[in-house]
Design a binder for this molecule. Structure first.
Ligand SMILES: Cc1cc2nc3c(=O)[nH]c(=O)nc-3n(C[C@H](O)[C@H](O)[C@H](O)COP(=O)(O)OP(=O)(O)OC[C@H]3O[C@@H](n4cnc5c(N)ncnc54)[C@H](O)[C@@H]3O)c2cc1C
Length: 362
């Protein structure tokens, strides 16, 4: 499949979103992401767009210096090496990146890094050569973190046990790594993007990536609904197929409604990015991220329910895609934080309106 994707010019398509000559709008790209979600465990690998390589390549396109691009970009884009994004830490709430404690202290034109990261997807893959680490370079009231490019084999990088989620180890990516950084030295030139603005830099890639995750989930939910309909049409209880029971008709209708809502919301935000830029779409991205994982999780859950025990087996993809949807309710920002962002924007909108009314401007 990989070589077929290369022949058709589709390989690494997803990673190229930061490139100047990228041929698709965000909206078109989101629609492609949905198609890949229909086969979530083959398509991304076949297209060379496994996370987090796609995001890392995107960051290098946008923020890498010539030297950094020369060192990493081509090899990553060709799939010769892999990468990992190291943001989460075991000891603190990583949903709030301001509290992350891994330190990179400046000393004689280099940074000395100390700290611990967890859940780094891809870091244990034999191909992984590059860690993109979010570290505190400028402690102070603004908690300024920076992104640093750290060779995986740098002295002082120490790997612990891999983590699994619901028993899944994400074998294709080598599992999720626990990493200690013990006096790891990297040159100042390892800074990716502006110093002290690592969070904002990461967001330029992670923001749109959230939408693409949502679209992939919608593709996966479509697949779950197809399986649900097939099963409910062919399995009989009390002498009647499930689809003759009003309850299951209602569930199928509800599943279709949730998928259509999820797609409309997500594509609407993608169109906003194309028309008005990323910052105009921030609340929309939060809205989609707060809505789509739980909406699609419900659809997949109903498909599991219709299949009984088979729904939880590894013969069908339902258990694995449910686990994936479930993790997206807190990774890349928990539902609560995204809902809070939506509520704050709404309150601000209300305040702006009432200010306008008081001053007579309607
Ligand atoms: C499959 C998988 C792959 C991952 N890949 C990576 C990776 O490649 N790199 C990486 O760095 N990390 C990765 N992670 C980790 C993931 O990004 C973090 O688990 C996530 O950011 C949440 O951080 P935390 O676990 O510290 O939870 P916490 O921050 O402790 O949050 C726990 C809970 O607290 C509540 N909460 C948090 N904030 C708020 C709020 N503002 N208001 C109300 N309640 C709130 C929510 O219910 C939340 O779920 C991965 C995780 C999984 C499961």
């Amino acid at each position: 499949l990989r070589s077929e994707a290369r022949t058709r010019g589709l390989y690494h398509l997803f990673s190229a979103t930061g490139a100047d000559d990228f041929p698709f709008s965000t909206l078109q790209f989101a629609e492609l992401a949905e198609i890949t979600g229909y086969s979530p465990f083959l398509a991304q690998d076949a297209l060379g767009s496994l996370n987090p390589d796609a995001e890392v390549i995107n960051l290098l396109h946008r923020f890498g210096s010539d030297v950094q691009r020369g060192q990493w970009l081509a090899r990553l884009a060709d799939g010769d090496i892999g990468s990992a994004l190291c943001i989460t830490e075991p000891g603190v709430a990583s949903s709030d990146p301001a509290g992350l404690t891994t330190r990179a202290t400046e000393r004689d034109n280099e940074f000395l890094m100390n700290g611990e990261k967890s859940w780094a997807l891809g870091a244990l893959s034999p191909l992984c050569e590059l860690l993109v680490v979010l570290a505190l370079t400028d402690p102070g009231p603004r908690h300024c973190h920076s992104l640093l490019l750290v060779p995986r084999r740098a002295a002082g990088v120490q790997f612990g046990e891999a983590s699994s989620f619901f028993g899944y180890r994400n074998e294709a990516r080598g599992g999720m790594a626990h990493i200690r950084f013990n006096n790891v030295k990297v040159p100042q030139s390892a800074l990716l993007g502006p110093r002290g603005e690592g969070l904002a830099t990461a967001q330029t890639s992670l923001g749109p990536a959230r939408l693409f995750h949502c679209m992939r989930l919608i593709g996966a939910a479509e697949r779950a609904l197809r399986l649900l309909c097939n099963r409910a049409s062919s399995r009989s209880v009390g002498g009647e197929p499930l689809v003759r029971h009003g309850l299951w008709l209602d569930r199928i209708a509800e599943a279709r409604i949730r998928i259509e809502q999820a797609r409309a919301v997500t594509l609407g935000v993608a169109a906003t990015i194309d028309a008005h830029g990323l910052s105009a779409a921030r609340t929309g991205i939060s809205l989609a991220k707060a809505f789509v994982p739980s909406a699609t999780e419900w659809v997949i859950d109903m498909a599991i329910q219709a299949h009984g025990s088979d729904g939880m087996s590894h013969e069908l993809p339902l258990a694995a895609i449910w686990a994936w949807a479930r993790t997206l309710r807190f990774s890349d920002g928990p539902d609560e934080a995204h809902r809070m962002a939506v509520a704050r924007a709404e309150l601000k909108r209300g305040a702006d309106r009432s200010t306008g009314l008081k001053s007579g401007a309607q």
